[in-house]
Design a protein around this ligand. Structure first.
Ligand SMILES: Cc1ncc(COP(=O)(O)O)c(C=O)c1O
Length: 493
């Protein structure tokens, strides 16, 4: 059988995917009829000048989707039975929606590399089963937010000049008054050095990570990142087609000696959470911060510093942000109000080197143009009138009590069966429980006892450790924390 197939070596679409698509289209448009024989993988590989595994990968995919089948003695043939897709396509033509749970494969085959990466089954975040007592990660004490003050500031803006607030903003960087307030706050509390023109207001740090990735990463580029680490960042890099190099962390943060050679591996980004490593809670030591900056200088790599919950420290003084220590404009700093105030506010910020700020502004315009004006103005007042710092002071004291309640309950009920990590900062603890049960069973038993907890496994790119969990405490009253740990211990007896 003649196979008129051309593969494009310069395309970002992998060769096995191109071949898969060509064969699939030939079947769908009838050029390859049911029962016809395909060349052996060795022959096809030789005639196309590709490796045999490229061909077997495409054949295997087509077999698993029902387009091809293997027949002993005849090799690989086009299936006698048509795959579901025909049924789905007919249903769509006749105006009927495809059955729930059945994906339209012909539509899926038209996806970009980015779209394809989102179609796979890996979750974007840990699944949290809601129970009466949830040790939710990254959720601040929502019932403690000073809503009265917020409402007063909101009303003031709605009363004063409402029409001015309703049109498009002049640029995409965000309201100047908010950028000024953030630059003052960052200089004072995080030793970040920037002027308001370097700040871009975004819809939470997740959008910041997305913009950085789109602007700096091409398919096939290398990104080094902490292992374990924040899933939202990892999945964003993967969706862009980045090659990931996991770097282990210990109790002083990312291990700099384990970084890949930045030059030979052509690392473009190093993603870190230095103030409070996610999820272990380690704080990157000053010496490692300086070493990371020194190692990165002149290599072409940029550091992304995700400072998502640095405001909550309970023991020692804060260590200055990497951004403020760096003299070479090699750090992109990301912050968020999701943990300081509340996550649905969707306000975060990027601090970028001057030379990149215009590009980031343009990318933001293309993504979704701007953040809502009214909330930005309210937030600027909230910061400038001292409400933010007051709220943070209160929350620091509250979370400290909740943290202590969690630590002492764990010690009381688990004694030497628990190891607690990263307990002096943030809004969650990572713990290792020796229970004799595997992680899934622990979660199931906890859920049955009315407790929502999350395993740490999902945060590892490789080498997950057994028995590790991440317990958020910021949004749980002390007595619920105590009760939750008691029930958990009982469920695991
Ligand atoms: C390490 C880390 N970075 C970023 C984020 C995203 O926060 P945002 O709500 O600002 O998108 C989170 C959320 O929990 C996080 O844990």
């Amino acid at each position: 059988m003649e196979f008129a197939i051309t593969l494009d070596n310069s395309s970002p679409v992998p060769l096995h995917r191109q071949l898969y698509e060509e064969v699939r289209q030939s079947i769908l448009n009838g050029r390859l009829s049911a029962g016809s024989r395909l060349p052996s993988s060795r022959m096809l590989a030789a005639s196309l000048g590709v490796s045999r595994s490229t061909v077997t990968q495409s054949y295997d995919q087509l077999i698993s989707e029902g387009y091809l089948q293997t027949v002993i003695g005849s090799g690989t043939i086009v299936s006698e039975q048509l795959p579901d897709e025909w049924l789905t396509a007919t249903a769509a033509k006749s105006g009927k929606a495809p059955e729930q749970g059945k994906q339209d494969k012909s539509l899926l085959s038209r996806l970009s590399i980015y779209g394809t990466s989102l179609a796979d089954a890996a979750p974007l975040d840990a699944v949290e089963v809601q129970r009466p007592i949830n040790f939710s990660i990254g959720v601040p004490a929502l019932d403690q937010f000073p809503m009265k003050t917020w409402r007063r500031l909101l009303l003031r803006h709605c009363r004063d000049n409402p029409a001015k607030l309703l049109g498009y903003a002049a640029g995409s960087k965000g309201e100047r008054v908010l950028r000024e307030a953030i630059s003052v706050y960052l200089a004072r509390s995080r030793a970040v050095r920037c002027d308001p023109d370097q700040i871009l207001i975004v819809n939470g740090s997740q959008q910041a990570i997305d913009l950085v990735t789109r602007i700096l990463i091409d398919c096939g580029d290398t990104v080094a990142l902490e292992n374990p680490g924040y899933l939202g960042a990892r999945r964003t890099f993967l969706a862009q087609g980045a090659k990931l190099v996991p770097v282990p962390v210990d109790d002083a943060g990312i291990i700099i000696d384990k970084l890949p050679s930045l030059l030979t591996k052509k690392v473009k980004l190093i993603y870190v959470t230095p103030s409070h490593q996610f999820p272990t809670g380690a704080v990157l030591s000053l010496s490692r911060r300086l070493e990371l900056i020194a190692r990165t200088a002149g290599t072409g790599a940029l550091i992304i510093e995700d400072d998502y919950d640095s405001e909550y420290r309970y023991c020692s003084r804060p260590i200055p942000a990497l951004q403020g220590l760096d003299e070479n404009e090699n750090v992109i700093y990301i912050g968020t109000f999701s943990k300081m105030l509340f996550p649905s506010l969707r306000v975060g910020y990027l601090v970028v080197p001057n030379s990149l700020s215009r590009i980031f502004e343009r990318a933001r315009w293309l993504a979704d143009r701007q953040s809502p004006t009214l909330e930005q103005l309210v937030l600027a007042d909230f910061i400038n009138e001292g409400h933010l710092e007051r709220h943070l002071r209160r929350m620091r004291a509250l979370y400290d009590r909740r943290r202590q309640a969690l630590v002492s309950a764990l010690q009381q009920y688990f004694a030497d069966r628990v190891t607690i990590m990263g307990e002096n900062t943030g809004m969650h603890l990572m713990v290792k429980l020796s229970t004799g049960f595997d992680v899934d069973e622990v979660i199931e038993r906890a859920n049955k006892a009315g407790i929502g907890i999350v395993g740490a496994e999902i945060y590892y790119l490789k080498g997950a450790q057994p028995g590790e969990f991440v317990l958020g405490y910021a949004n749980l009253a002390e007595r619920k924390i105590q009760e939750g740990v008691r029930r958990l211990a009982k469920a695991l007896r």
